[in-house]
Write a protein that binds this ligand. Structure first.
Ligand SMILES: Nc1ncnc2c1ncn2[C@@H]1O[C@H](COP(=O)(O)OP(=O)(O)OP(=O)(O)O)[C@@H](O)[C@H]1O
Ligand SMILES: [Mg+2]
Length: 305
């Protein structure tokens, strides 16, 4: 099967700075994929290259098998990008903006799909409002709508939920999940790692223009060694034997890092010997946020070596 996205040895230089330093990436058709990384990692640069908005310095990229440079038009038709920055023409209404965008793709009679998008993104009340009169969150809804107007098989959302209220977030994810269910490939960048964890089945992490992790969300989380246990104790002082395990202490809660479940037994045994009782105990599984911090941290350490 043709991958939805294929990126081969892509470099992007801005003068002396290396925004992308050799990226290889394949995203399968039908995936719900997260592209994560700290500010400046190169996520938007990579998306711009895929959308034909920026040229790679070297390497090649394909959308549904179409080279983004040599088959620009075909590749562009396959992809819908919700950009990170709010850009729009202030003089048109919401519906006009979407009709114009349809025209750009040579689509006539696109009104029933436009109706559906407007409805699903909660834009019905605003469809005749001028773009310049919309609030920031409403403008972002229109950006999402614009990306979907030609029903692209690959949908890329570059931080679509930045500055967006809870109601739209929920409506947006319901709609995007439905599109994924219908076979569209979804690529999401976000700094809300809980959102990425809940939605995306595969994850790539980018740092300083390089992919530093690429796996299924479950594998990344399971491979992360150890979990934590939260304890509330009858004593104000943690027995010295347990001090090396202490990760944080906050308002009466001790968070201890353990390697495996068996270690809980020895923690409890130590507490018993010291006659300290457990008031509350909770196991904390590692989440994507923790994995992200660990991976980004260990990459830093590697660079220092
Ligand atoms: N047009 C440009 N000219 C010069 N440098 C640029 C340009 N666009 C991006 N860069 C640089 O390339 C690097 C990657 O930027 P990019 O916008 O791709 O990061 P990002 O991962 O999307 O970050 P964020 O999470 O902040 O959106 C940064 O160092 C940025 O300053
Ligand atoms: Mg960005």
């Amino acid at each position: 099967m043709i991958p939805a996205i294929k990126v081969k040895k892509v470099h992007k230089n801005y003068g002396a700075s290396h925004a992308l330093a050799g990226v290889d990436l394949e995203i399968n058709t039908g995936d719900f994929f997260a592209l994560l990384g700290p500010n400046g990692a190169g996520k938007t640069t990579l998306i711009n290259i895929l959308a034909g908005l920026a040229l790679a310095s070297s390497g090649s990229s394909y959308v549904m098998g179409h080279n983004v440079v040599t088959s620009y038009r075909e590749a562009r038709r396959m992809i819908g990008v919700v950009p990170q920055e709010l850009v729009f023409d202030p003089f048109f209404t919401v519906r006009e903006t979407l009709s114009l965008q349809s025209g750009y793709y040579g689509l006539k009679n696109n009104n029933s799909w436009i109706d559906e998008i407007i409805h699903n993104l909660g834009l019905a009340d605003k469809e005749n409002a001028n773009m310049r009169t919309l609030s920031g969150g409403m403008k972002r809804r229109v950006l999402v709508a614009q990306a979907l107007v030609h029903k692209p098989p690959v949908i890329i959302l570059d931080e679509p939920t930045a500055g967006v209220d809870v109601e739209l977030r929920q409506a947006l994810w319901r709609f995007i999940k439905q599109l994924n269910h219908d076979g569209h490939t979804i690529v999401l960048t976000t700094h809300y790692l809980d959102e990425a964890e809940a939605l995306c089945s595969r994850v790539a992490m980018l740092k300083q223009g390089k992919i530093v992790a690429l796996d299924s969300t479950t594998n990344l989380i399971n491979a992360s060694t150890g979990c934590s246990v939260r304890l509330r104790l009858t004593s104000d002082i943690l027995p010295p034997e347990l001090q090396p395990l202490l990760k944080t202490y906050d308002a009466g809660n001790y968070i201890l890092e353990i390697n495996d479940y068996a270690q809980i037994e020895s923690v409890l045994a130590t507490l018993r010997v010291m006659q300290v009782q457990v008031l509350e105990m909770e196991l904390l599984q590692p989440d994507l946020k923790e994995v992200f911090a660990k991976i980004m941290g260990s990459v830093d350490n590697l660079e220092l070596l």
